[in-house]
Design a protein around this ligand. Structure first.
Ligand SMILES: *[C@@H]1O[C@H](CO)[C@@H](O)[C@H](O)[C@H]1NC(C)=O
Ligand SMILES: *[C@@H]1O[C@H](CO)[C@@H](O)[C@H](O)[C@H]1NC(C)=O
Ligand SMILES: *[C@@H]1O[C@H](CO)[C@@H](O)[C@H](O)[C@H]1NC(C)=O
Length: 184
């Protein structure tokens, strides 16, 4: 007598097959990793810096030996604690600080290497930060800088910022920044 499954048993086998297969895969290695979905966040804000005393937000801390250097002398290093605001006015809401340093790292022209942390202190990203690495070219629009990492909501971040000169005077400046951040 031929051995045959009843239609009901066949249906049950078909329904259970995917589960038994995936269970077999899971127990086979136990080390499957599913990467979280990435998202893109676009932030638009303003970077305010003040060269002049009192209340300067940038100080020249090191100059090449034997030179009366300014910030654009090759080798000069500045430490900065600039302000991130949600608008271009000095009274615009403070949303974070840009803390780090620049070094005039170009023998020709003024192309500062900028290594700075954007530490957000208000709003949705309060407590999170972005690590920025790139060129700072005074008074030039369209400069891109790399986002090489982040913390908090910006863990594992990468991306770039684009800066446009909004105000540039001898005593202070305002840059308009767009940050395009890929993160989890
Ligand atoms: C410097 O900071 C002090 C204290 O915050 C403030 O009262 C003063 O107006 C500031 N001066 C300038 C020129 O911004
Ligand atoms: C730096 O400037 C001071 C004052 O202007 C001057 O006396 C000195 O000779 C300068 N030093 C150098 C190395 O240029
Ligand atoms: C930002 O977070 C800190 C620490 O959690 C908190 O003390 C502070 O009040 C927050 N600031 C704003 C503006 O939400």
């Amino acid at each position: 007598m031929a051995y045959s499954y009843s239609p009901f048993v066949l249906l049950l086998l078909l329904l259970l097959l995917p589960f038994s297969l995936s269970a077999a895969v899971a127990t086979a290695t136990g080390h499957e990793y599913t990467a979280p979905r990435e998202k893109m966040t676009h932030l638009h804000f303003f970077f305010h810096g003040r060269f002049a005393s009192p209340n300067a937000t940038a100080v020249l801390v090191a100059v090449p030996p034997g030179r009366n250097a300014t910030f654009d002398t090759f080798g000069a290093v500045i430490v900065l604690d600039d302000m991130l605001r949600d608008g271009p006015e000095a009274s615009s809401k403070l949303i974070g600080r840009a803390q780090g340093l620049t070094a005039q790292a170009s023998l020709e022209g003024t192309h500062l290497l900028m290594v700075v942390n954007f530490e957000f202190t208000a709003g949705e990203y309060n407590g999170s930060s972005l690590a920025i690495l790139g060129r700072f070219v005074p008074d030039v629009s369209g400069t891109e800088r790399s986002i090489v990492g982040g913390t908090g909501k910006f863990r594992m971040a990468r991306g770039y910022t684009v800066g446009n000169v909004y105000i540039w005077t001898a005593s202070y400046f305002v840059l308009e920044l767009d940050a395009y951040i890929v993160h989890y």
